[in-house]
Each structure stands twice: as C-alpha cells, then as structure tokens.
Design a protein around this ligand. Structure first.
Ligand SMILES: Nc1ncnc2c1ncn2[C@@H]1O[C@H](COP(=O)(O)OP(=O)(O)OP(=O)(O)O)[C@@H](O)[C@H]1O
Length: 349
C-alpha cells in the first residue's frame, strides 16, 4: 500500500520571488490527489520539493520517516526509490529504445538479473498499452505513446508514491479520457499514493479522491474532491469554469484597477455556477475495487463535521449511494468498456 506524504509549513523562494509559503497538507496513503493552479503558481516546483529535487526554504516533507526537505542527500536518494516520477515531457533518453528507457531505473537502482528486468518491463509496458513497441525509439512514436512510456518507467520500481506532472499535456480529448482511466487502473493495481498536477478539468473532476489548488503564493484549499467541486471560492470557481471574470489574470492575480476596468466593460463575476458533481471513475471491469475507496470513506466520514455544507451534502450523498449500490450489487458497480491495451487507437506501433 502507498504511504502518507506529510507536508508541513513548506515555503520556497527563488531569490526574492516567493513561489509559495506555508503549504501544509497530507496526501493520504493510496489515494489519488490532484493539484490545480494557474500557470506559474509553482506546481512543478511543489512536486520537485516533495521528492527532494529542490530544497525548500522552510518546512518539512515527511515520507516514511525521512524528511525530504532537510535530510542528508544520501537518505533523500534512498527515499526517492519509493517514488515513481512522470515529468511533463516523459523525459525519455532519445537514443535508447523504449525497452531500455523503461528498464533504466531497474538497471540503475537494483541488482536484478536481465531476465527479471525483462519480465517487469514487459509487464509494465502491457499495463500502459505499449506491448509490441519495445524496440521503438522515442522519436519514432507519438506524444501520447511517449507519455505512456514515461508512465511505464515511473512504475517499474513498484513505487509507493507516484507524482505526475501534467500527464495529459499534448494529448487529444479522447486520449486524455483513456489516460484518466489508466490512472485509476494503475492506482487500483498498485494502491500507490498519487499526486497529479493538471490543468485538465475532466481529469481533475473524475480521477482524484482529493483536490488542492495553489494561487497567489498560497495553498488556497486541499481536501476531499467534494470540497473544491462544490466550492464558491471565486478563484476555484473561476478556474474550474475556465472563465475570464474573476481574480485570476493573464499573469496570475489581477490588481484592483484591472478588475474595475473589466467591470466597466461588463466583465463581472456572476453568481457561483452550480456544477453537477461528476462521478469519480471506477476501475476497468475485471479489476478489483480500489482499496483506497473504503479507506477514504472511513477517513472522510470522520471529517464530515468540518466540511462546508455543500461538500458535506455531496459526501453524504456519495456514502448513501455507495451503500445502496453495495446492497443492490454486492460490490461496486464497474464502468468501462475497453481493455487497457487499446488505450491509444491503433495499439502498439
Ligand atoms: N530553478 C529555478 N530557478 C528559478 N526560478 C524557478 C526555477 N524553477 C521554477 N522557477 C520559477 O518558479 C515559478 C513556478 O514555476 P512552476 O514551473 O513550478 O510553475 P507551474 O505552476 O508548474 O506552471 P505551469 O502550469 O505553467 O507548468 C515560475 O515563475 C518559474 O520561473
């Protein structure tokens, strides 16, 4: 099972530019969380700080007893083996075949025999729908396939924590929805703690158990998905609805003069839009139920009294529906029509 990632009072600046300050949250073990935020608010920097690739100025990141922010480099390096990382471009080595790219962490960090490496690589390539493409070079495949190769590489060390930076960038809407399903299925199979940075509202609304948002050097919110999805906080509303009216400007926050000028041109923030809460995706039929779901239900039930009324009502409705579905079906209803290996039309090249 994945492990908790506990972030306490994290602050990072580059010179005089504060990126974010006093960020405190816990990524619950085995659950999927999404971090939203306008461009430039420091989401990538946040992922790098969690995995110890960037040292914050203050605060701690606790992973399995190791403080990824303040420990010795040697201890951070060891703890990093718990992570699978997918950065924006897949970060593949251009001169290596997909097989060698995906095998790289195993050859680098383990003493496994080649036969064992082969077994693991082929298994992970199958999971992400790349079976048959082992000999291809990154330059010979589509962007979507490169993403999936990056994801396969992130999975070979059986990570307990998976960090994905914009896994959907450059993907068309159909491939993005397959990717959403793949992320849910990976979580089902590995029960790993996952943090996904994305601008894609479909992924944000259908994949995670928890959502957070960075804006204006602060963590605006972090909590069960129902909290952000029912939030009337102007910045969250504006972001989830993709509107110009609101506090987010072209280069992060708007100043008062801009807001006043926009109002004089008729661009005003209206009443909050009532969004219907999109249901969270379920694992592909044939896979077991996600273990995180039961744990999360128990956890969120304990939080009910602290949630805003709309979020509490949404959580209660979910708890009720699930109880009814269990009674009716004897198990969670599973929705999905295709096997994983047909994820990107045409299958392996
Ligand atoms: N190594 C660095 N040195 C100096 N400044 C940096 C460094 N890395 C990032 N920054 C700055 O930190 C800020 C946040 O960058 P980051 O890439 O984390 O934003 P983001 O929220 O991930 O953006 P996007 O959504 O566009 O990918 C930017 O202003 C960036 O220029």
């Amino acid at each position: 099972m994945g492990i908790d990632v506990v972030v306490e009072g994290l602050t990072k600046a580059f010179g005089r530019q504060t990126i974010w300050q006093d960020v405190t949250l816990t990524l619950p073990a085995g659950e999927i969380s999404v971090m939203l935020g306008p461009s430039g608010t420091g989401k990538t920097v946040f992922l790098k700080a969690i995995v110890g690739l960037l040292r914050p100025d203050r605060g701690r990141v606790l992973v399995d007893g190791v403080d990824m922010a303040n420990s010795r480099e040697k201890d951070i390096y060891e703890a990093r083996k718990l992570f699978g990382l997918l950065f924006q471009d897949g970060a593949l080595f251009g001169s290596m075949s997909l097989f060698d790219n995906i095998a790289f962490p195993l050859r680098e960090h383990t003493r496994k025999k080649e036969s064992e490496i082969r077994r693991i690589v082929m298994e992970r390539m199958e999971v992400v729908g790349l079976a048959g493409a082992e000999r291809k070079l990154p330059g010979e495949i589509s962007g979507g396939m490169r993403k999936r190769a990056g994801l396969a590489r992130a999975l070979v060390l059986d990570p307990q924590i998976i960090l994905c930076d914009e896994p959907d960038s450059g993907l068309d809407p159909v491939r993005t929805s397959y990717l959403s399903q793949l992320l849910i299925d990976i979580n089902t199979q590995l029960d790993a703690t996952m943090l996904i940075v994305t601008h894609n509202i479909d992924i944000a609304t259908t994949v995670p158990d928890n959502m957070g948002m960075l804006f204006c050097r602060e963590l605006v919110a972090f909590g069960p998905r129902e909290v952000l999805l029912t939030s009337e906080e102007p910045v969250v509303e504006q972001f989830l609805n993709g509107r110009r009216a609101g506090p987010i400007g072209m280069s992060e926050e708007k100043d008062r003069a801009t807001i006043a000028e926009e109002a004089s041109h008729g661009l005003v923030v209206g009443p909050p839009t009532r969004r219907t809460l999109a249901p969270q995706l379920k694992p592909t039929p044939g896979l077991p139920a996600r273990r995180a779901v039961q744990r999360r239900r128990a956890r969120v039930r304990e939080l009910l009294d602290e949630l805003p009324p709309a979020a509490r009502a949404a959580v209660e409705a979910d708890l009720r529906d699930t109880a009814e579905a269990h009674t009716a079906n004897g198990a969670d209803t599973l929705v999905r029509t295709r096997p994983l290996h047909t994820y990107e039309g045409g299958g392996p090249a």
